[in-house]
Design a protein around this ligand. Structure first.
Ligand code: Q46
Ligand code: ZN
Ligand code: ZN
Length: 326
C-alpha cells in the first residue's frame, strides 16, 4: 500500500477517495478537508473567537487540534453530564488535552450548577437520556458562547454523524430537522453561529488523526447511548458504505447541494424570533426555555408529585438541533 502523494509506505486507506496516505499526507488530507469545509460553507472568518464543544472523544479533540493548527483562536467547553465513570474519564481526557497544550478549557457541571445529571434529568422529563442530554448541552454551549463573547460554537460532528442524522430525518421526513441540517447555522435571536468543520471527514479518519497526532481520547461509548436510533442508522450506513465506498458522502453532500434549499422555508419559520426566558434570560419559545423547564422538573420529579395532578412530559425542543443525539 503506497501513499497516493509521495509513493512512500501508506498508513491508512481512504476508500471513498480511492486513496492511501502516509502519515504526513494523511494529516495534510485532514487539514485540507477541514479548510475546504470551512471555506465552502463560509463557517469561520479570520479573527473569529471560537468555542469548541469538547466531550473528550476523538472528534471534538481532533477538531480543537485542527482549528488551532489552522490558526484560529479557540477555547474549549466541557459539560459534565454526570454519567458515572464515563463522564469522569471524558473530563480527564479533555483536561489533559488542554493542559498539555496550555489551552483554555471552560467547564460547566450539570450536577454542581443545576442540581441534576443526565440520568436524573431524563427520568424527570420522561424522555430518553439523549434527549435531556442534547437539550442541556445545546443550552449550555449557547449560553457560554453568548456570555463569553465567542463568534461561533464549533462541534465535532463528522460525516458519519451527519449522514446518519440525515438518514433518520429522511426516513421520517422531519421537515424542520431537515431544514436545519446544514453545516453552518448563522447567529440570530440570541443563538450563536454553529459550525461543523469535520463534515468532510469520516469517523475513522478523526480516530486515525488523533492516533497519529498523539491525542489521547475517550474510546468508550457513552453507556446511555444503548438503544439510540442514531447508532442503528450509523450501522446501516456503514454496511452501505462497505459495499459502495463514497455512498455516505454522496448522500450527505448530495442533500446539501440538491435538496437542502427546498426546506429553507421551514428553517425560516423555526428561526422566527423567540421570546426571552424569564429564568435564564436566554431565547425561549414561551415564558421559560426548555432547559429551565427541565431544571424545574428535576427539582419536583414526577414521582414526588400528588397523584391527582396531570403530569405532562417536558417539551424538550427549544430549537431543533438537527445534530446527532449520541
Ligand atoms: S453523551 Fe448524551 Fe451522547 Fe450519552 S446521553 Fe446520549 S447525547 S449518547 S453525544
Ligand atoms: Zn505521502
Ligand atoms: Zn431559561
Amino acid at each position: 500500500m503506497k501513499c497516493r502523494v509521495c509513493r512512500g509506505p501508506a498508513v491508512i486507506d481512504v476508500r471513498r477517495h480511492n486513496a492511501n496516505f502516509c502519515e504526513e499526507h494523511f494529516l495534510r488530507h485532514c487539514r485540507e478537508q477541514v479548510s475546504r469545509a470551512v471555506e465552502d460553507f463560509a463557517m469561520l472568518r479570520p479573527g473569529d473567537r471560537i468555542l469548541v464543544a469538547v466531550s473528550g472523544g476523538k472528534d471534538s479533540l481532533a477538531l480543537w487540534d485542527l482549528l488551532l493548527e489552522a490558526g484560529y483562536d479557540v477555547d474549549g467547553l466541557y459539560v459534565g453530564l454526570g454519567i458515572g465513570d464515563y463522564s469522569d474519564a471524558s473530563g480527564s481526557y479533555a483536561r489533559a488535552f488542554a493542559s498539555d497544550r496550555d489551552l483554555c478549557l471552560r467547564e460547566v457541571h450539570l450536577r454542581e450548577e443545576y442540581g441534576f445529571d443526565v440520568p436524573a434529568g431524563a427520568r424527570a422529563a420522561r424522555r430518553p437520556p439523549c434527549s435531556a442530554c442534547g437539550l442541556s448541552k445545546r443550552h449550555l454551549f449557547d449560553r457560554a458562547a453568548r456570555e463569553g463573547g465567542y463568534d461561533a460554537v464549533a462541534t465535532g460532528h463528522n460525516l458519519d454523524d451527519e449522514a446518519a442524522v440525515l438518514f433518520g430525518n429522511v426516513l421520517r421526513w422531519e421537515r424542520e430537522y431537515l431544514a436545519r441540517q446544514v453545516p453552518v447555522l448563522p447567529a440570530g435571536n440570541g443563538f450563536p453561529r454553529k459550525v461543523k468543520p469535520l463534515v468532510r471527514l469520516a469517523e475513522r479518519e478523526t480516530a486515525a488523526y488523533c492516533v497519529l497526532r498523539g491525542i489521547d481520547y475517550q474510546v468508550e461509548e457513552c453507556p446511555m447511548a444503548e438503544g439510540n436510533r442514531h447508532l442503528g442508522y450509523k450501522a446501516a450506513l456503514a454496511g452501505i458504505e462497505a459495499q459502495s465506498p463514497g455512498a455516505r458522502h454522496s448522500f450527505y453532500f448530495g442533500f446539501l447541494e440538491r435538496a437542502a434549499a427546498l426546506f429553507r422555508e421551514d428553517r425560516d419559520a423555526v428561526a422566527a424570533a423567540p421570546g426571552t426566558c424569564a429564568t435564564c434570560g436566554g431565547p425561549a419559545n414561551g415564558e421559560i426555555c426548555a432547559f429551565c423547564r427541565l431544571v424545574e422538573r428535576t427539582i419536583a420529579p414526577p414521582d414526588e408529585e400528588p397523584e391527582c395532578e396531570a403530569v405532562q412530559p417536558v417539551a424538550l425542543v427549544e430549537r431543533p438541533a438537527g445534530g446527532r443525539t449520541g
